[in-house]
Design a binder for this molecule. Structure first.
Ligand SMILES: [Zn+2]
Length: 129
């Protein structure tokens, strides 16, 4: 069950955002909120290839954190509200836009690594002669 030849390629976006195995689309990718399982419980794919590093955090910072902080600054500058208004507006908005996207983004990046066979760069040295 370790050969990729038995498995039709699955689109990384649909398997990744659902947190499913990038090879079979059935098994689970995560064992916690963001912790990857060691392998797929259905097809046995070893997830040791997966290393999205800071990728999910980068996308969340760019597309959720910065707009959230901009909203909080705009509320502060435009209305100069008491502190508790930020607790009811800025903080929940920031948490809701920054935390939930992490898991589907990580799943999508891991599935894309598998799909495009992305791995650490190596120098391919030919023997002389
Ligand atoms: Zn699988």
């Amino acid at each position: 069950m370790s050969s990729d030849a038995h498995w039709a390629p699955l689109p990384p976006f649909s398997t990744g955002i659902r947190g499913r195995c990038p090879r079979c689309g059935q098994g689970h990718l995560f064992k916690g909120f963001l912790t990857l399982r060691p392998n797929c419980e259905v097809c046995g794919l070893d997830y040791s290839f997966a290393d999205p590093a800071d990728g999910p955090a980068f996308f969340v910072i760019c597309f959720a954190c910065v707009p959230s902080v901009a909203l909080a600054v705009w509320i502060e500058v435009a209305f100069q509200p008491p502190f508790w208004v930020h607790l009811l507006t800025s903080l929940p908005f920031m948490l809701l836009t920054c935390i939930p996207p992490l898991r589907p983004l990580k799943g999508w990046l891991v599935a894309s690594q598998y799909f495009y066979k992305a791995e650490q760069g190596k120098i391919d040295r030919q023997p002389p002669g």
